[in-house]
Design a protein around this ligand. Structure first.
Ligand code: ZN
Length: 387
């Protein structure tokens, strides 16, 4: 009976849109949910970087990887499912980030990402603006002004809160058509994600994809075209809305992330890249434990590929963190030998716990300790000498 009820719950959550479920956030799932990963992936030891060797190297590139809604419970669930191993365990330095918004204890992706992007706490649902609504300079803006290349790769719409906090300025994250127009000015070199409809099916009838082409971007609409392109300015919007969930989209996020790093490195001036595992959060809102684990496992495999890339490069700092935890996930049972995880959510919204920060590569030693999410901006800009 229990397993029947669980499968019904999962089936219901997978057919509802995230927006519909976010609206009904008051009723968390009461029963324990279960997930078993059938085929675990091997985690290879990344060689070449140790705690002591990284201190001597300069930081030429920074890769910031945000797992949206990825708290320690989400990481632990994925760790159990993959039989007790994750690439995340190879990070040499860890810290804890405090996520509160300026006007609310429990933050959202807008205020959370804006803090990391700009070094300023802002109000709930704002992206790239301060508490008075004034535009903030973000890591991508400042990096570009200092002559670095920049890139953004997400599994959601490019107009969604996390990428918008780095590339746009709006007091309301819901204004996605307004946010889309900001990409004409952001001058981020390489962008990959979804949300095409906010660019070419707009109330004002503008075709921003044509305007982006006129601004010098190669505008692409498929992942295959993106992976084949060698241009230095690319705007790839590969879905009308978000990208599919991890089992359906395959290794798209992993491959787009690595291709972006190669394109940015080819510009030879150092770079800042934001890679977001966007859909961990959606699965948390849906209280969909299998979905959460599958998204974290895709993110961890991306992390493994990024670490291998960074180890070969030698001058790249990799930081993995989250904007907040989603779902109030508690792990109640499981088995490392079979990859079975059992857990329960306490909310359909976000929770207020600190989130982990993992750092690897030159400069990683600066990320230990307990600090506000705004400190991530200060640490990254100091290491890239942006100030
Ligand atoms: Zn969320």
């Amino acid at each position: 009976m229990r397993s029947f009820r669980i499968s019904v719950l999962v089936a219901i959550s997978s057919i509802c849109s995230p927006a519909a479920l976010i609206a009904q956030t008051e009723q968390p799932v009461k029963d324990n949910l279960q997930y078993t990963l059938q085929v675990p992936y091997p985690v290879q030891q990344i060689t070449g970087v140790t705690r002591s060797s990284v201190k001597k190297k300069r930081v030429k590139n920074v890769i910031l990887m945000i797992g949206d809604g990825m708290g320690l419970s989400q990481v632990s669930a994925a760790w159990i499912a993959n039989r007790g191993q994750l690439y995340l365990e190879q990070f040499t330095h860890t810290g804890l980030s405090k996520t509160t918004a300026a006007n609310k204890l429990i933050t959202d992706s807008g205020a959370g990402a804006t803090a990391m992007a700009s070094g300023q706490k802002t109000i709930y649902h704002a992206v790239g603006v301060d508490t008075a609504g004034r535009d903030l300079a973000t890591l991508t803006d400042i990096a570009r002004q200092k002559g670095l290349a920049t890139g953004i790769v997400v599994a959601c719409s490019l107009t969604d809160a996390t990428p918008a906090s780095f590339a746009a300025n709006n007091i309301d994250r819901e204004e996605e058509e307004e946010i889309a127009t900001d990409f004409l000015e952001s001058q981020v070199d390489i962008l990959f994600g979804g949300g095409r409809r906010y660019f070419n099916r707009r109330k004002d009838q503008r075709n921003l994809l044509q305007e982006l082409t006129d601004k010098g971007y190669e505008v692409l609409s498929s992942t295959a075209d993106f992976l084949n392109s060698r241009q230095s300015k690319i705007f790839a919007v590969v879905e009308n809305g978000q990208l599919e969930t991890a089992p359906k989209r395959g290794p798209v996020f992993q491959e787009a992330s690595i291709h972006t790093l190669n394109l940015l490195k080819a510009q030879q001036k150092g770079f800042f890249a934001l890679l977001e595992g966007s859909r961990i959060d959606d699965m948390g809102h849906m209280n969909n434990l299998p979905g959460v684990v599958e998204e974290v496992l895709d993110f961890d495999q991306t992390i493994g590929r990024v670490l291998k890339w960074a180890a070969a490069d030698g001058e790249t700092l990799v930081i993995v963190t989250a904007d907040h935890e989603t779902g109030g996930l508690t792990l109640l049972d499981g088995e490392l030998t079979t990859g079975r995880v059992s857990g329960k959510f306490s909310t359909g919204g976000h929770s207020g716990v600190m989130v982990p920060v993992y750092a690897w590569g030159p400069g990683a030693e600066n990320f230990t300790g307990i600090y506000e999410n705004t400190a991530l901006f200060n640490k990254i800009s100091a290491l890239l000498k942006l100030k």
